[in-house]
Design a binder for this molecule. Structure first.
Ligand SMILES: C[S@@+](CC[C@H](N)C(=O)[O-])C[C@H]1O[C@@H](n2cnc3c(N)ncnc32)[C@H](O)[C@@H]1O
Length: 240
């Protein structure tokens, strides 16, 4: 089945641009400052799949000199409109990056690989990301856990898509972001942990740490499944 990037759509991009860090998204970013301060030396960062710039601005607030790249013209346009002093670049899908080898201390891919359909494509892109990462640099690959697609969450619903439960690695799955004003489902690609590990290995990357953030009962969020099931998986990767 052909795969269409949900984010190359003007109305969806417009709604996404208003999304900050509600509910389940808070959990995706909550532990990143601590992980980054422990693993990353240096300030040069590439935000791969920057979308409307939320993750790029997050890095900038932590003191990184961040460049955002994305294949969606609709998303990049909004990132630039929101933050005219930021560096946001539209790239062709799979294009060889126009960055020097080892140009970055950190590459962040926040939810980007949820939208990249095949193993070949994931390996090709991670290999390129490894190329622009300096020796001892870190790639932080923040992806959706498969469980996100068959549970209910503070910011997502999947109950209308029971077929997600039968999905296998590489299949398309649907999820609605309840925090968005555009309630059309986003179409993602499901990719379990074992298969991500294969991708990293074939891309010449090693897993340095895996973090699965869980919600805490003392947090000011109405957690649904988040206190017992982590919706996200954060892989910290390096070059061996
Ligand atoms: C769910 S959005 C996340 C945006 C942003 N990282 C954030 O946290 O808000 C995923 C983004 O990845 C982008 N993307 C998908 N495939 C890509 C590719 N091959 N190269 C670069 N960006 C890609 C999409 O266009 C979309 O903007």
């Amino acid at each position: 089945m052909t795969f269409k990037n949900t984010y190359e759509d003007d109305a969806y991009a417009s709604a996404y641009a208003k999304l900050e860090f509600p509910g389940s998204y808070y959990l995706a970013f909550r532990d990143l400052p601590e992980l980054l301060s422990r693993h990353v030396e240096g300030r040069r960062a590439l935000d791969f799949g920057c979308g409307t710039g939320r993750s790029t601005r997050f890095l900038a607030k932590l003191g990184f000199d961040a460049v955002g790249v994305d294949i969606s013209e609709e998303m990049v346009r909004r990132a630039r409109a929101f933050d005219s002093s930021g560096d946001y670049r539209l790239v062709a899908d799979g294009e060889t990056f126009r960055f020097d080898d080892e140009a970055f201390d950190l590459v962040l891919a926040a939810f980007t690989f949820d939208n990249i359909p095949t193993k070949e494509k994931k390996v090709a892109l991670f290999s390129k990301l490894a190329g622009v990462l300096r020796t001892n640099g870190r790639i932080v690959s923040l992806v959706s856990a498969p469980e996100i697609y068959w549970n209910e969450w503070a910011s997502f619903t999947t109950k209308n898509f029971p077929e997600n439960r039968q999905a296998k690695c590489g299949d398309q799955v649907r999820i609605i972001v309840t925090a968005l004003e555009d309630k059309r489902p986003a179409v993602d690609i499901i990719w379990p942990d074992t298969n991500y590990r294969e991708v990293y290995q074939e891309s010449g990357l090693e897993v340095v740490e895996i973090h699965k953030p869980l919600g805490r009962t003392d947090e000011p969020h109405e957690w649904v499944s988040e206190t017992t099931i982590a919706p996200w998986v954060i892989y910290v990767l390096g070059k061996p």
